[in-house]
Design a protein around this ligand. Structure first.
Ligand code: T1G
Length: 679
């Protein structure tokens, strides 16, 4: 068994090497072996300096998250780092790739830090609902100052090597292939000296801090911190670093860490972390299946979806051929792509060269024949089965034998589409979410005949274009939209029983969604799927469309909007709702927020259970991944299925029955057995 920690003596320097693939996590075994190595350095007078380094593509992804929730095993990471910091000999740490969480904290426990230009360093603990629990909240402010430490700890976003050097987090940046050599030289240079910087004892960077920085930070980041416990604790811990002696501050950090790691939000966020990674795996996929090479991608349609989809591939460096029926539509689509890139460049997230580089990969055409050499063609045409079938019939005649043909359909039967081709095994659904260049979710819809190789290729491709992919079987609406439909049904029914759009929306925004169903309808447009030629005032939405209330784009929909798109409830809409409510014959009553929440969310959980029963989703955590990345379900509750587990499936079952809804058998069985969806 390969040792995860090895040591090598090079004259007066002891080199400790970490090698624990895939991310050099500080597991119990690693901590114990590293503690022994540190003890060796302490005991051996011939050792006058230590270098800590790692093999592999990164220094470390931090503590081993899979160990959370079980009793701590000594040495804990804080204990290991203290033993390093208390070594009477200088310790130089060489950081490559990424040094995150405990990986950054161990570096803070060393006297000197050396890295290479491509390294990213950070404390992402807040993203899994905890705080840096191995001294990060107390050492980092002492090394880089409060103003620089706060954003690193509270946002969890890593910084690059240049920034790290600028703020004093690293001492030197060296050439990539010289990291080990330069670390050894650094160690020899400082060996024997006795004035080494010790992070926990430093006061130079925090003694003159501005005490108002904490409230200012809360004020500036208020929206982002809404509903979250960990960021508040992070800020408090850093504040205590400026007020308490180190030993007292570290005790508070430990107290906060234990409180958070055992809390519902961190359990949910850790679930989300692993769920996203599990979603990329296809159960039962034969090990020898290899992905197909994808170099050139064809996109049919240059509209909102087609253009957004194209951007995903252009940004990842793929050649894209985009085809439309008319030149004017094509030009408009290309213009929107360029405008989006230039807006990103203005925000500093792309350079002008990168914009031109992406645009340089784009070819446009009015002729399907130009798909002949594409490895993958994705259609984003109108959501009508006849149109999709016509498109796939043409693609079947033009595309090369091993080309993948994909539909961006949101609802339609991928099997029916595949049946229009001579090669249904090459057909797959790639359901992007609007705006397609922003939303991370991609539902990969597996047809009955879609080949394992096409599925594997689609999942790999998703990762390469930065999407979180989830496999879905074929049903109306796949996973996300099928569950959304249940929520929309209840939202409409609630209006007929006395609720109003603003109350319904507020229940969901209070729960943590970015917006509620009626705000979402106004954003998307009430006239999606509405036909002015056949409209017949049959329901609230049709009447609003007929009156020109088609959403934010018309300045009014379920709400009235001012020039800044600020919404206010509309008396006209309330009157329309009241008319239909009267016609519905339903008793009008004051409906509690609790009832609204139960009626909106429980049926979604129940539909998720049916989706699992039918094998449409591979696992409950996939359903959570869909809703968090495609619809804004608040991640700190873990997603619909994890949230149901947290509140108890018996509670969901009782709620469904109370509101006259039929629970699925899976929900009944799990509730009866005290089980969870996410095992
Ligand atoms: N612990 C355990 N497993 C981990 C892990 C970790 N920290 N990080 C990644 N993995 C697994 C992951 O589940 C996947 O498994 C595989 O490694 C590859 O990951 C005391 C308490 C490091 C940037 O939050 O951000 O330190 O699917 O696909 O895209 O203060 O992983 O192969 O079975 O993501 O190259 C804080 C979490 C921990 C960083 C690499 N650290 N990790 O990205 O690979 S808490 C984090 C990441 C802590 C101390 C506290 C990323 C990565 P599988 P991957 P990647």
């Amino acid at each position: 068994m390969m040792s995860k920690i090895t040591t090598a003596r090079e004259d007066e320097v002891l080199v400790i090497t970490l090698d624990n693939p895939p991310v050099n996590a500080f597991s119990t075994e690693v901590r114990q072996a590293m503690a022994e190595a540190v003890d060796t350095a302490a005991q051996d007078d011939g050792i006058r300096a230590v270098v800590i380094r790692a093999e592999g593509r990164m220094f470390s992804g931090g503590a081993d998250i899979t160990e959370f929730g079980s009793a701590p095993v000594h040495p804990t990471l804080p204990e290991l780092i203290d033993s390093i910091e208390n070594l009477a000999k200088p310790v130089v740490i060489a950081l490559n790739g990424t040094a995150l969480g405990g990986g950054c904290e161990i570096a803070l426990g060393c006297n000197y830090r050396i890295t290479v230009p491509s390294t990213k360093i950070g404390l992402p603990e807040v993203k899994i609902g905890i705080l840096p629990g191995a001294g990060g909240t107390q050492r980092l402010p002492r090394v880089v100052g409060v103003e620089e430490a706060l954003p690193i700890i509270v946002t969890g976003n890593p910084i690059n090597a240049k920034k790290a050097e600028a703020i004093g987090l690293v001492d030197r940046i060296v050439e990539p292939d010289k990291l080990r050599e330069e670390a050894m030289a650094f160690a020899r240079e400082v060996a024997g000296r006795d004035d080494h910087p010790v992070s926990s004892q430093r006061t130079d960077r925090i003694k003159d801090h501005d005490p108002g920085v904490f409230d200012a930070f809360r004020e500036k980041h208020g929206r982002r911190l809404k509903g979250l416990e960990a960021p508040q604790k992070c800020i408090e811990a850093v504040k205590l670093a400026t007020e308490l002696p180190y030993e007292e501050g570290i005790a508070k950090e430990r107290e906060f860490f234990m409180e958070l790691v055992n809390g519902d939000q961190s359990k949910a966020l850790r679930h989300v972390f692993f769920a996203e990674r599990q979603a990329s795996k296809i159960d039962g996929l034969p090990k020898d299946v290899k992905s197909l090479p994808i170099r050139k991608v064809g996109i049919i349609g240059a509209g909102t979806m087609g253009g957004g989809i194209a951007m995903n591939f252009l940004s990842a460096g793929y050649d894209v051929t985009m085809v439309e029926r008319e030149q004017e539509a094509l030009d408009r689509g290309v213009g929107i792509i360029r405008k989006n890139y230039e807006a990103t460049a203005r925000k500093g997230r792309m350079t002008a060269e990168q914009v031109e580089g992406a645009m340089g990969h784009l070819t446009t055409s009015l002729d399907y024949q130009d798909f002949a050499d594409c490895d993958l063609v994705i259609e984003a045409v109108f959501e009508l089965m006849d149109i999709k079938k016509d498109v796939f019939g043409k693609l079947d005649a033009i595309c090369k034998p091993d080309a993948i043909m994909a539909s961006n359909t949101s609802y339609l039967d991928v099997n029916e589409i595949a049946a229009c081709t001579s090669r249904p095994e090459q057909v797959v659904g790639l359901h992007f979410f609007s705006p397609a260049n922003i939303m991370r979710l991609l539902e990969v819809v597996r047809g009955d005949k879609t080949s394992p190789q096409v599925m594997a290729t689609a999942m790999d491709l998703a990762k390469k274009i930065g999407k979180v992919a989830v496999v879905s079987g074929v049903c109306h609406g796949f996973i996300g939209n099928r569950m959304l439909a249940k929520r929309q049904e209840q939202a409409s029914d609630l209006l007929m029983e006395g609720a109003r759009p603003a109350q319904v929306d507020k229940v969901l925004t209070d729960f943590g969604f970015p917006m509620g169903p009626f705000q979402m309808a106004d954003l998307a447009g009430l006239d999606v799927g509405w036909d002015p030629d056949t409209t017949s005032s049959a329901n609230v939405r049709e009447v609003l469309c007929e009156r020109g209330r088609r959403g934010q784009k018309t300045g009014k929909g379920f709400y009235d909007y001012d020039e800044n798109r600020q919404r206010t409830p509309s008396e006209e809409v309330d009157a329309v709702i009241a008319d239909f409510a009267a016609q519905s014959g339903k008793q009008q009553r004051d409906i509690t927020d609790e009832e609204i929440r139960e009626r909106l969310l429980y049926p979604m959980v129940n539909e998720g259970a049916l989706i699992l029963e039918e094998g449409i989703a591979q696992r409950a955590s996939d359903i959570d991944t869909v809703w968090i990345n495609g619809y804004g379900w608040p991640p700190y509750t873990g997603g619909p299925m994890f949230w149901a587990d947290t509140i108890g499936l018996d509670t969901v079952l009782a709620g469904l029955e109370k509101h006259g809804m039929e629970p699925s058998q899976l929900l009944r069985d799990k509730a009866a057995n005290g089980e969870r969806f996410n095992g």
